[in-house]
Design a protein around this ligand. Structure first.
Ligand code: SF4
Ligand code: SF4
Ligand code: SF4
Length: 282
């Protein structure tokens, strides 16, 4: 029988997260300061911090059909062998928040999950993981595909073949919150998935500013009475949901192309084995 050395259990990870929390929050503000901004940058930027967003909560209308970005996440789940569902979201647990439910935790992918301590959740089959994502979408959560240093550190596992699907809200997520206060060295911390675009119809926009408030990156400005999206947009789709006038549109190239882009992105940042690529070695 093979002995597996597991990383730390749930109680340790909760405590470590609570201790680390103020530093990560402050780090976003410190990234505005001279010298510090360059010391902080590696903690939030490539190659140790890669995040792309998939707006699973949104339906995208294309001529003749409605494509759910969630389908992109489902295809990823079909293409990986090792899946582990965390039974609690560490960020919402930090705040003792029940809405959205803290029982909707991240999904970890890749051979590295075998070292995650069983107290964090369960290994899962594809259909189980798809149901988890569907539940997250119904709760209004956004999926972030992440290859970030903090996960292997927290769970005591490998970095290279570990990818997380984080199912986050805008109020409690350690990474998403406070991003508005970042310095320019952290622009691009969230990468928009190629093939996904967000645009504002200036004829329809009334300049009410609700999208400005909602954008977690602070990347929308009102200019001459109309909203404008900047270049840092991660494509999370929140501004689409919040606009009372239907002025914001989320568009997706065809499913095949977007999924191909996601696969290329994952292969560019990690060594996650994907069945689609024929690289299934564990
Ligand atoms: S990153 Fe997102 S899913 Fe993961 S623990 Fe934080 S809020 Fe929850
Ligand atoms: S919420 Fe809609 S109408 Fe209001 S500023 Fe934004 S795009 Fe314009
Ligand atoms: S502009 Fe809209 S889609 Fe882009 S990051 Fe901001 S809220 Fe998300």
């Amino acid at each position: 029988m093979q002995f597996i050395h597991h990383g730390p259990g749930k109680a340790w990870v909760r405590t470590a997260t609570d201790l680390l929390w103020p530093f990560i929050v402050a780090g976003k503000r410190w990234s505005n300061l001279p010298v510090l901004r360059w010391l902080i940058r590696p903690f939030f930027m490539r190659p140790y911090n890669e995040i792309t967003t998939i707006p699973i909560q949104a339906a995208v209308e294309t001529p003749g059909s409605v494509v759910l970005p969630r389908r992109i996440v489902e295809r990823l789940l079909e293409d990986v062998k090792d899946i582990f569902i965390l039974d609690e979201c560490i960020c919402r647990t930090h705040y003792r928040a029940d809405s959205p439910p803290r029982s909707i935790g991240c999904i970890a992918l890749g051979p590295a999950i075998r070292r995650i301590h069983p107290s964090h959740g369960r290994t899962a089959a594809t259909d189980d993981a798809k149901r988890h994502v569907e539940r997250a979408a119904r709760a209004g959560l956004v999926a972030n595909i992440a290859h970030v240093w903090i996960d292997p550190v927290a769970f005591g596992t490998r970095f290279r073949d570990l990818i997380f699907i984080c199912l986050c809200d805008d109020t409690h997520c350690l990474y998403r919150t406070h991003m508005k206060h970042r310095g320019p060295t952290l622009d691009g911390a969230y990468q928009r998935l190629p093939g996904l675009s967000v645009s504002i119809d200036r004829e329809v926009c009334l300049g009410c500013g609700e999208c400005v408030e909602k954008c977690f990156l602070g990347d929308i400005r009102i200019r001459e009475g109309k909203a404008e999206i900047g270049i840092a947009c991660a494509g999370c789709g929140r501004c689409v949901e919040v606009c009372p006038n239907g002025a914001v549109t989320l568009a997706l190239a065809d499913e095949e192309a977007v999924y191909g882009n996601l696969v290329r992105w994952i292969r560019g940042v990690s060594e996650l084995p994907l069945r689609k690529t024929g690289n299934t070695a564990a």
